[in-house]
Design a protein around this ligand. Structure first.
Ligand code: PLP
Ligand SMILES: N[C@@H](CCOP(=O)(O)O)C(=O)O
Length: 468
């Protein structure tokens, strides 16, 4: 399988090259040249299979022969052996035809672990095979950073630099990043928002001298391997609910658009997905875009679901590429407009193609808190504020078509957002023991200004790949 850039001006790469590259050199995102197809029979065969077996079948065609025989299976088994639930991503039911897909049973209690546990192993494997080192940079609103630090800490081949918005992540999220004392891990508190961190991240990749000198690599969902690993749980959950004989819809709490894009990819691979529902908090740029056709940035409002406090939703670019008939010139023009004026208008055909697959709903702060309280009152289940945003949206979507089962992606454990959960429900979700110890540990982090130059200097001084 070969990978092309959404902007059409970067080298075509293999899976492992795209894995190690992160962002394409033209500023675009890598996508596969074609989507592998799974037949109804193959999907039906997933019923009763362990998660790791399904992962091997779904991910295998994207990476095909790039790992030596048995290596992908070994990495997948090791990655999902880290999860605290035997089903890896179990489903629970909270209402008529309404289900939560629990994606938070990994080491850092968020859906990011599902992809990151595998990504860490694949990168380490590829780097060792090439005898190379890499400098991994990441931008996080809290969860990606913790998952990356957990997956990469102590690894010989990589140094990891994670930028997070100073003062805008939950206490547990911050301590999961800053409580790790490992020589290859660097937590950077940037004086800005998550969008600022992500802009700097893209700036680092677009500075080709810096990028090449440091052998830069990325673990955000701009990395295609992240998205493909997240595709697996759409298959496992839909099959439990009767697919491929029955369509299933999904509602996804959305920020950078990686998680819901994975659902779209699953559909393109043959999974009978009915609707894909984008759930946003008050930072509702995507809901506005689907409504009006205009993607227009506004300022970021801090909310109790901080991981979705975002205006630049990177993976929307991959969807625009698909919905625009894979024409990179259209994507380049729209992204240039965003850079210049903070907005773009989707061409009519592209907007129509997106609306044919996606719906979008916004949930405000009061609705989020009420939803946490309602799910607790109805089912005795604590859910985190990101999941609550999505349950609220899912109820609206279900009211329009109650006949299709709706799966809400439960993206974080309630204990990660203890204050918001307690305020809404009066209850405390206890942290698992291994995290209780970590969040009590001494914190290690550096506060830096919201300037690409300052981050470049910091990374250059500390990265072991510098000059390698
Ligand atoms: C808990 C949680 N929910 C939802 C999201 C949004 O996911 P995505 O950025 O893939 O849209 C994030 C961050 O990515 C998150 O950490
Ligand atoms: N909400 C995310 C933001 C980055 O998302 P990613 O999926 O692109 O890594 C976070 O928790 O950091």
């Amino acid at each position: 399988m070969r990978y092309i850039s959404t902007r059409g001006e970067a080298p075509v790469l293999s899976f492992t090259d795209a894995l190690l590259a992160g962002l394409a050199r033209d500023g675009g995102l890598y996508v596969p040249e074609t989507f592998p197809q799974l037949s109804a029979g193959e999907i039906a065969g997933f019923a009763g299979q362990p998660y790791a077996r399904v992962a091997e079948t779904v991910i295998g065609p994207f990476a095909d022969s790039e790992f030596e025989a048995g290596a992908l299976r070994t990495m997948i088994e090791a990655a999902y052996g880290q999860f605290r639930h035997p089903a890896v991503t179990p489903l629970s039911q909270i209402g008529d035809n309404l289900f939560i897909l629990e994606l938070f049973h990994g080491p850092t209690l968020a859906f990011k672990d599902v992809a990151m546990q595998l990504l860490g192993r694949m990168m380490d494997h590829a780097l060792k095979a090439r005898g190379e080192r890499a400098t991994i940079v990441g931008a996080t609103s809290g969860d990606t950073g913790a998952a990356a630090i957990e997956a990469f800490r102590g690894l010989e081949q990589v140094d990891v630099f994670i930028m997070y918005p100073h003062g805008r992540v939950s206490d547990v999220q911050r301590r999961q990043m800053t409580g790790v004392d490992a020589p290859n891990i660097h937590a950077i508190a940037v004086e800005g928002t998550f969008d600022d961190c992500q802009n700097i991240l893209k700036g680092l990749f677009n500075d080709h001298a810096f990028r090449d000198g440091l052998k830069l690599s990325g673990v955000n969902s701009i990395n295609w391997a992240r998205v493909v690993a997240q595709t697996v749980y759409y298959f496992t959950s839909a099959v439990v609910l009767g697919s491929p004989h029955r369509p299933v819809s999904f509602t996804v709490p959305t920020g950078n658009f990686g998680d819901i894009l994975a659902g779209y990819i699953a559909k393109r691979m043959g999974l009978p997905v009915d609707r894909l529902v984008i759930a946003t908090n008050e930072n509702d740029i995507l809901a506005r875009t689907l409504d009006t056709g205009v993607y227009e940035m506004a300022s970021v409002t801090p909310t109790q679901s901080p991981s979705m406090d975002i205006q630049i939703s990177s993976n929307f670019e991959r969807l625009m590429f698909e919905a625009g008939g894979r024409d990179p010139a259209i994507v380049r023009a729209l992204m240039a407009s965003l850079r210049q004026s903070g907005r773009f208008t989707l061409p009519t055909q592209m907007l129509g193609a997106i609306r044919a697959e996606f719906d979008a709903y916004r949930t405000g702060e009061t609705g989020t808190a009420k939803e946490m309280a309602r799910v607790f009152a109805d089912c005795g289940q604590l859910i985190d504020p990101h999941t609550a945003v999505a349950v609220h949206a899912a109820r609206k979507a279900l009211a329009r078509d109650p006949s299709v089962p709706m799966v809400v992606l439960g993206t974080a454990h309630p204990a990660k957002f203890g204050d918001a959960v307690k305020k809404a429900t009066g209850r405390t979700a206890p942290l698992p023991q291994h995290l209780a110890e970590l969040v009590a540990a001494r914190e290690h982090f550096t506060v830096l200004p919201n300037e690409q130059g300052a981050i470049e200097r910091f990374v250059r001084e500390r990265a072991r790949a510098a000059g390698a």
